[in-house]
Write a protein that binds this ligand. Structure first.
Ligand SMILES: *[C@@H]1O[C@H](CO)[C@@H](O)[C@H](O)[C@H]1NC(C)=O
Ligand SMILES: *[C@@H]1O[C@H](CO)[C@@H](O)[C@H](O)[C@H]1NC(C)=O
Ligand SMILES: *[C@@H]1O[C@H](CO)[C@@H](O)[C@H](O)[C@H]1NC(C)=O
Ligand SMILES: *[C@@H]1O[C@H](CO)[C@@H](O)[C@H](O)[C@H]1NC(C)=O
Ligand SMILES: *[C@@H]1O[C@H](CO)[C@@H](O)[C@H](O)[C@H]1NC(C)=O
Ligand SMILES: *[C@@H]1O[C@H](CO)[C@@H](O)[C@H](O)[C@H]1NC(C)=O
Ligand SMILES: *[C@@H]1O[C@H](CO)[C@@H](O)[C@H](O)[C@H]1NC(C)=O
Ligand SMILES: *[C@@H]1O[C@H](CO)[C@@H](O)[C@H](O)[C@H]1NC(C)=O
Ligand SMILES: *[C@@H]1O[C@H](CO)[C@@H](O)[C@H](O)[C@H]1NC(C)=O
Ligand SMILES: *[C@@H]1O[C@H](CO)[C@@H](O)[C@H](O)[C@H]1NC(C)=O
Ligand SMILES: *[C@@H]1O[C@H](CO)[C@@H](O)[C@H](O)[C@H]1NC(C)=O
Ligand SMILES: *[C@@H]1O[C@H](CO)[C@@H](O)[C@H](O)[C@H]1NC(C)=O
Length: 386
């Protein structure tokens, strides 16, 4: 009995110790001579702090303390690191309020860092307004990462996309907010390409472009419990531009709300592309005053002069379930598919979209699509067949 008790104590003690071990050493940017005054460039101090943190094998934390503002010019923090790293962002990071590069760049890039956590109540402010006529600088970029978690931080006024994931796997984004004016160009919330197993939850996106955009090479994405608007909606694509081959698979958007956005959920592809976009579930979505709540467009062409082509990215198995609310445009459902590569396996179940202008009735525009209907679907939809 007594031995058991001692063993139990030992177990509890070692559990507490290993929890403490996970905490690891803390490296504050202030100890590496950051000014934190909002006007001195602290990029060098951040790089030095990162160097120390990344080389530590105790699962360390890089601390950006609260109550201060750190001006950063372009900075890249690279791995691999000796152990999992946490970046505790409680202070604010602000970009210089001048145009300082004319080439595409990111303000803060994490490159080849595995097992990374970025957490905190801090904010990154891209000071984007002066860039919105030449938009080419992204705010926070993750490239070639495995097992990333981004929590609680605020991103604001990026010159271009706010957060990007490129060649990342196993990513959790939770309780992150993105805020930019509805009219700011290209200020997507989160954009991802060549990434997989990305989970976005409890986020708020107010942007001038897509709340989330999912580009080619991406699979197994779940977006849930998030709010979008203003913005262009949650978008897959555009895919297949410049005759490229696209692949996007297993995307779920559930329990999200859209308010005053251009589209709700959409899949867009250019003519002339190839490959496939397959396996979509759009479920439990609230639409308020959304222009096109449900949108599949295989003729995406913003320049507006694309010649007809036979080849297209094949879109299949897209389920839209339990989608309610209002559309600002009578064309609440738009499913425009290629004559040569028709959409297949479209499923609509329990849809009720009314016009926000009470006088108009909503309608659906459907071409070259095969699919099935279940429950009540308003507006009425007619497919070519099952
Ligand atoms: C990082 O550490 C390496 C070697 O440990 C050193 O060569 C380099 O100058 C350091 N960089 C910074 C920014 O401190
Ligand atoms: C961190 O990531 C690497 C590479 O993905 C992996 O092999 C390793 O097990 C991870 N380390 C920890 C402590 O989780
Ligand atoms: C992912 O990262 C977390 C925290 O950095 C770590 O505890 C966990 O072991 C990692 N998972 C894998 C599979 O390496
Ligand atoms: C994440 O950051 C918040 C805000 O600073 C803090 O309260 C919380 O303890 C942090 N979470 C973890 C797991 O470190
Ligand atoms: C979400 O993030 C905000 C801002 O950092 C924080 O105040 C809040 O406590 C977080 N919510 C949860 C449930 O962690
Ligand atoms: C999202 O928020 C809900 C409600 O606050 C919470 O139960 C859930 O754990 C959160 N999701 C994640 C991944 O933390
Ligand atoms: C992601 O969504 C799919 C489809 O709804 C579901 O089967 C899967 O369990 C979800 N994964 C996570 C980690 O939430
Ligand atoms: C097509 O390629 C041109 C030249 O590289 C590039 O400027 C353009 O953005 C590309 N278009 C798409 C849709 O990818
Ligand atoms: C795409 O292919 C079509 C047909 O082969 C060709 O006419 C067109 O020029 C190509 N477009 C691009 C951007 O390469
Ligand atoms: C949709 O809005 C209704 C009423 O505002 C709310 O009760 C419900 O939770 C919302 N659903 C989602 C998925 O946001
Ligand atoms: C979405 O909401 C429904 C109903 O509240 C709930 O049963 C389901 O678990 C939620 N899904 C996710 C992925 O949070
Ligand atoms: C659809 O929504 C409208 C407006 O909220 C409501 O009046 C109508 O009863 C709903 N129809 C169905 C079939 O749920």
């Amino acid at each position: 009995m007594r031995i058991f008790f001692v063993l139990l104590l030992l177990l509890v003690f070692s559990a507490v110790q290993s929890a403490a071990g996970r905490q690891g050493k803390r490296y504050s940017v202030m100890d590496f001579h950051a000014a934190g005054d909002g006007s001195t460039d602290d990029a060098k101090a951040f790089a030095a702090t990162w160097n120390a943190t990344c080389g530590d094998s105790s699962s360390p934390t890089m601390v950006i303390p609260g109550g201060r503002t750190f001006l950063l010019s372009q900075i890249r923090l690279s791995g691999p690191c000796k152990s999992p790293v946490t970046v505790q962002l409680d202070g604010n990071i602000v970009a210089p309020n001048v145009i300082w590069t004319t080439t595409a760049a990111n303000l803060l890039t994490f490159y080849r860092v595995n097992n990374l956590t970025v957490n905190g109540s801090g904010q990154m402010d891209g000071n984007g307004a002066i860039w919105w006529t030449c938009f080419n600088k992204k705010l926070l970029a993750f490239a070639s990462c495995n097992n990333l978690s981004v929590k609680n931080i605020h991103l604001k006024d990026s010159p271009d996309k706010h957060m990007t994931l490129f060649r990342c796997s196993q990513v959790q984004v939770n309780n992150v907010s993105v805020r930019a004016p509805g009219k700011s160009p290209n200020t997507d919330g989160i954009t991802m390409a060549f990434s997989d197993h990305v989970y976005i939850s409890n986020c708020s996106f107010k942007t001038g472009d897509d709340c989330v955009s999912i580009l080619s090479g991406t699979s197994d994405v779940n977006i849930t419990n998030s709010a979008c608007g203003p913005g262009h909606g949650i978008s897959v694509g555009s895919l297949g531009g410049n005759n490229t081959t696209a692949l996007v698979e297993r995307i779920t958007v559930s329990n999200c709300s859209f308010s005053k956005t251009m589209t709700g959920v959409r899949i867009k592809s250019w003519q002339g592309g190839s490959g496939k976009a397959n396996g979509f579930l759009f479920e439990n979505l609230n639409m308020t005053d959304v222009q096109y709540p449900i949108d599949i467009d295989q003729f995406y062409c913003p320049p507006g002069n694309c010649p007809p082509q036979d080849s297209a990215v094949a879109i299949s198995d897209a389920r839209f379930i339990n989608i309610h609310g209002t559309s600002s445009n009578p064309k609440a459902i738009r499913i425009l598919c290629s004559q040569s590569v028709q959409c297949r396996g479209i499923y609509l179940d329990n849809i009720n979209l009314s016009c926000s202008r009470h006088t108009a009735r909503t309608r659906a525009t459907i071409s070259n699509a095969y699919g099935t209907i279940a429950g009540t679907v308003k507006p009425h939809v007619q497919f070519l067949g099952a």
